[in-house]
Ligand binder design. Structure first.
Ligand SMILES: [Fe+2]
Length: 463
């Protein structure tokens, strides 16, 4: 192959001439068939493979990783960033992947189904090696739908306006700061780009695709174990940070003073068997396409279960003490029962979720844990909550009543409860209600429905 400017190659690859190639090789979530293969093993039209191979080499060279720096650099100049931005900003990807779950925020999801580049960039063995080394645990991508989730803050009031402002070239122009912008405090101002939350998955890699020069805000805040809030500077353009976002409560501050803030996020879990996996799909369920989310969720959960059972069955060294052997297998089974229950409960009927969102509003869904904290201080709280649970007229046939009994028994035995917000002992002196149980499981829409039935929601609205 003649010597070529590597960026011309990238342009050829990502530009219109190869759009057909990208569309033809759509990831199939039903078979999960491409995730475990390296990109070069995948079938592609004759002539494309050599070009493709060259491009991968270019990209490998550009993954500038410094092991002890705690920051991952994807590319030190904007060429690599532009090459990446070109992939998710193609019309096809935007048309099929863009939504606006929070005001002023555009989100791209499921980009791997439209862009082979995004898929290959994140699943390349070298990328996987680097992210695993950075956190000191072997990582696997949770699900294809969680590859390259992109959060975009850009000018525009509607999805169409925001998408029309997306350019491959990162915006470098700084905006005039108003006096309010200068004193902007994301911890007091409600307009954080993503409010306080735990991620749905244990680990995330956040890659910055915008110029952060002159930016006010735009960083991540984390809540430490003692409740103190700490600011974590965001990565610069072309750099990435790893965050254990499933375990650490955090907030993404709105960026001021810049025309855009675009970051892309891929989520991971540990691939070590028998490591507790806190994953859930609470945050994404309201706006993700559940037709693809639920099958991918099932695939990943059942594969993990299968691998752990296989590992147990293939264990070469048998336990010699039969009593210990019985205890071991019972622990494994009990753990897998909990895991399967969580797998099943997370797949709430999408029609029900949407109906609750329409009735109570999307902000209430994300605000559910805070609403629950507030209503507990109301004088009528205990009377209404216990009446609702004693009558059991709310969804009388539902499996949640069995779940509530199981958790109540766990508390009586003085054991900790696993929850989407971490594992903790129940330390409150009051009764454990259905509201606690539903939030423990991250079933925010079911929680709002119960809250409405109990009459507590009406009280909350009148505060
Ligand atoms: Fe997050």
């Amino acid at each position: 192959m003649p010597m070529m400017n590597p960026f011309n190659l990238l342009r050829q690859y990502i530009g219109n001439s190869t759009q057909k190639l990208i569309n033809e090789e759509v990831f199939d979530p039903k078979t999960n068939s491409t995730l475990n293969k390296t990109p070069l093993q995948r079938p592609r039209p004759t002539g494309a493979s050599q070009l493709y191979s060259t491009i991968k080499e270019i990209h490998n060279a550009r993954l500038a990783y410094k092991p002890k720096s705690n920051r991952l650099a994807y590319c030190r100049n904007t060429e690599g960033v532009k090459a990446y931005r070109k992939a998710p900003f193609q019309k096809d990807v935007i048309d099929k992947c863009a939504s606006s779950p929070f005001p002023g925020t555009l989100v791209l999801r499921d980009a791997v189904k439209q862009s082979m580049f995004v898929n290959d960039f994140w699943t390349h063995p070298e990328t996987m090696r680097i992210v695993s080394e950075a956190v000191g645990v072997p990582l696997g991508v949770v699900m294809p739908t969680e590859i390259g989730h992109t959060n975009i803050q850009v000018e525009g009031a509607t999805i169409a306006e925001m998408t029309s402002n997306l350019k491959v070239e990162p915006a470098v122009e700084n905006l005039e700061l108003s006096p309010e912008d200068r004193t902007y405090n994301p911890l007091k101002d409600a307009s954080a780009i993503i409010p306080w939350h735990y991620d749905s998955y244990p680990y995330v890699c956040v890659l910055m695709l915008s110029d952060t020069e002159g930016m006010i805000g735009g960083e991540t805040y984390i809540k430490k174990g003692d409740g103190e809030v700490q600011k974590v500077e965001g990565p610069q353009i072309g750099h990435a940070v790893m965050l254990q976002g499933g375990e650490v409560c955090h907030l993404a501050a709105r960026a001021k003073g810049v025309k855009e803030r675009i970051s892309t996020i891929t989520s991971y879990r540990s691939t070590l068997p028998n490591v507790y996996d806190s994953s859930n799909i609470t945050n994404v369920r309201p706006y993700a396409d559940t037709h693809s989310l639920y099958p991918e969720w099932t695939q990943y959960r059942l594969r993990k279960l299968r691998d752990e059972l296989t590992q147990y069955l293939d264990k070469t060294k048998k336990e010699e003490d039969p009593a210990q052997e019985r205890k071991n297998v019972q622990t494994l089974i009990d753990h897998q029962i909990d895991y399967l229950r969580q797998t099943s409960r997370q797949m709430v009927n999408p029609g029900f979720t949407q109906q609750v969102l329409r009735k109570y509003g999307r902000p209430s869904y994300y605000d559910a844990p805070r609403i629950w904290e507030i209503v507990q201080s109301l004088p009528e709280f205990d009377i209404l909550a216990s009446a609702a649970d004693e009558e059991r007229r709310w969804q009388p046939e539902s499996i949640y009543w069995t779940d509530l009994l199981r958790s109540t028994e766990t508390i009586r035995l003085g054991k900790p409860l696993q929850s989407v917000l971490g594992t903790a002992m129940w330390e409150k002196t009051r009764t454990y209600y259905m509201g606690d149980e539903l939030l423990r499981q991250g079933l925010n829409e079911v929680f709002l429905d119960w809250l409405g039935y109990s009459g507590i929601w009406d009280l909350y609205c009148n505060i």
